[in-house]
Write a protein that binds this ligand. Structure first.
Ligand SMILES: Cc1cc2nc3c(=O)[nH]c(=O)nc-3n(C[C@H](O)[C@H](O)[C@H](O)COP(=O)(O)OP(=O)(O)OC[C@H]3O[C@@H](n4cnc5c(N)ncnc54)[C@H](O)[C@@H]3O)c2cc1C
Length: 572
């Protein structure tokens, strides 16, 4: 057979003695691990290659939530969700008609994917009941939600392999496995102690008590990635770290393997059943981000893992003429501005809680602060395209707010804002609002007018300007002790604070065009034999939308399962 390296620009020679053959090669160790587990279970010899020194990608840094309508975890937990309702919802949120087929494939293989993970890993799952879909008011939407997650997982089962697990981004100051479902109540430890403290004590007991038993409990993406990694180790699937794929091997029109630079040595891996590109998005490839998305995006403001620079997309384009879609999209995510040299800090419930608002460089509100993070980013880009950009964003709050809620995952109620934030100019504090306005460089009278109006609307509980608190999603992260609107309270007495907010993201979600089996499509729409793309290497299966918390990991897992089944000949 005449095998050619798809991208001849790389001059490294393939070292023959190291060449190996497997059935399925998985490129990337985030949701790619689900593809590997499914492939192994289906009887395929499988190899995972990972560019960085760590296993887990953004998946390990994440909140670990996955969104899958009517999956067995939901059913066993008492949800009455159905595939039909899920389909109605997906049809109502997925804008582009071309994406519907993939959304439907996702829907129908969600259940089998969960069952596969239950069989092949030691993970136990739970429903984050109440975590509303992001558009619950749309037809088929669910306010009680379809988001699931791994229960706190003892990562010590990985033994020495634990050192290769990518560290998480959302660390708490204590060894406490905080799940997504816990996080909502952790925020309310002062306001709703009855609901909050039993969870805090349970997780502290698990975290600190577990250490005494040599258990290291983790939650969120750490639990999910560790759980899949444990399954991978148990199955004996090799994971080569420090091993980027630099070329695809192509025989005629079929992809038959890849060149892997394993710790500096080029290895030709022949993959009899194909290659799954699970190499993440182009989160940190700034020339593409500026070209396809916005010139204004900050350098490396993405929270995605650093190895995600679009390799999978580029390899498939260069080798096989693969088509792309939705390159202007990302899983947008407003975050607290970074300290010098650092990365943005995750903010989630903060902007939904009452007693705060966001203003732009003109001292004006510009968005429903509590909207889901993807829609938030899309609104900013809409404003930019309309030549009316939001140039700076400040979250404004009063002392009562600071005394009431958790902030940036580590500032407990009443804890002062760190001096480093003030020193870096990302936080300001003032006794009155005009002084705060001057500190953040906005016109005090415009700022004052915004606050007067906000306070009037908040007192009435009806945000007629932006609709904050109208959706069940907004209210999920609200404060249920505040009436009539759990997302709104007028700002009271000082001191007042401003903290800078930037547009970050959880990764990009435009990428390779794929079909319902996860096969990569050429520009002309034909499928490339032997080449699959999943997760953020593929264009979002939900078009430009984010249906609910966990829809990104959800689709990575499910299309990993589908691709493996197809490669194993179990799906037409
Ligand atoms: C803070 C945070 C919280 C989040 N919370 C959630 C959540 O709760 N639910 C949710 O659904 N989503 C969440 N996300 C988004 C989600 O984590 C990602 O969209 C998802 O994990 C992407 O999965 P992936 O498999 O495509 O990529 P990744 O998990 O990033 O894996 C890609 C891997 O491929 C490797 N790679 C890249 N190039 C090569 C190459 N040439 N050769 C070999 N390997 C390569 C990378 O190093 C990386 O390890 C969150 C993200 C962040 C950052």
């Amino acid at each position: 057979m005449a095998i050619s390296r798809g991208c001849p620009s790389d001059n490294q020679s393939v070292t023959e003695p190291h060449n190996i053959t497997v059935d399925l090669l998985i490129v990337g160790s985030g949701t790619g691990m689900a593809a590997a587990l499914a492939a192994h279970e289906a009887g395929l010899s499988t190899l995972i290659v990972e560019k960085t020194s760590y296993v887990g990608g953004s998946t390990a840094r994440s909140g670990g939530a996955f969104w899958m309508p009517a999956n067995p975890i939901l059913t066993q937990s008492g949800s009455d969700d159905t595939l039909a309702a899920g389909r109605t919802y997906l049809d109502s949120v997925v804008g582009e008609a071309s994406a519907h087929d993939r959304a439907h494939a996702f829907l129908y293989y969600g259940g089998p994917t969960v069952q596969m993970l239950q069989r092949t890993t030691p993970m136990k799952f739970q429903w984050a009941k109440g975590y509303s879909d992001y558009h619950p008011e749309k037809s088929g939407g669910s306010a009680i939600g379809r988001t699931c997650e791994c229960r706190p997982f003892n990562t010590a089962v990985l033994g020495p392999e634990l050192a290769r697990l990518r560290p998480g981004v959302m660390k708490s100051s204590f060894p406490m496995p905080v799940t997504g479902a816990d996080y909502r109540w952790l925020n309310l430890m002062v306001r709703v102690p009855r609901k909050s403290w039993p969870r805090i004590l349970l997780r502290a007991f698990q975290g600190i008590g577990g250490l005494a038993l040599r258990r290291r409990y983790a939650a969120g993406g750490q639990a999910l990635a560790a759980g899949m990694f444990a399954g991978v180790v148990r199955a004996g699937i090799p994971v080569w770290t420090d091993s980027p794929v630099s070329d695809l091997l192509v025989d005629g029109s079929r992809v038959v393997g890849a060149v892997v630079n394993r710790s500096g040595t080029a290895v030709a891996v022949t993959a009899r059943r194909g290659v799954v590109l699970a190499a993440g998005g182009f989160d940190h490839r700034m020339d593409w981000r500026h070209k396809f998305q916005s010139e204004r995006l900050g350098e490396h403001a993405s929270l995605g893992a650093e190895g995600n620079v679009g390799d999978g997309i580029r390899l498939a384009q260069d080798s096989c003429g693969a088509g792309t879609a939705l390159m202007d999209q990302a899983w947008w995510f407003p975050a607290f501005a970074p300290l010098p040299g650092g990365e943005p800090t995750v903010m989630l419930a903060e902007r939904s809680l009452p007693g705060c608002l966001l203003v732009d460089q003109n001292g004006q509100r510009f968005v429903n602060e509590a909207v889901d993070y993807m829609s938030f980013g899309q609104k900013l880009l809409e404003r930019e395209r309309a030549a009316n950009p939001v140039e700076t964003m400040w979250m404004i709050f009063d002392q009562k707010y600071r005394n009431s809620y958790l902030m940036a995952a580590e500032l407990f109620p009443r804890m002062p804002i760190p001096a480093t934030w003030y020193d870096a100019g990302i936080a300001h504090r003032a006794d009155d609002m005009p002084a705060l306005a001057r500190a953040i460089g906005v016109d005090p009278s415009a700022f004052g007018a915004t606050l007067d109006r906000f306070n009037r609307l908040a007192a009435a509980g009806d945000d007629t300007d932006f609709g904050r608190g109208a959706s069940a999603y907004d209210r999920y992260y609200g404060d249920p002790t505040i009436a009539p609107n759990p997302n709104l309270r007028p700002l009271g007495s000082g001191p007042f604070y401003a903290v800078k907010v930037v547009l970050s993201d959880l990764g990009t979600c435009g990428g390779l065009r794929t079909d319902v089996r996860g096969r990569v499509l050429r520009e002309d729409g034909s499928a490339i034999d032997g080449l699959y793309a999943i997760g953020n290497t593929a264009a979002n299966a939900f078009g430009a939308s984010y249906p609910g918390a966990g829809a990104t990991i959800g689709q990575g897992l499910v299309f990993g399962y589908i691709a493996a089944q197809h490669a194993a000949g179990k799906l037409e």
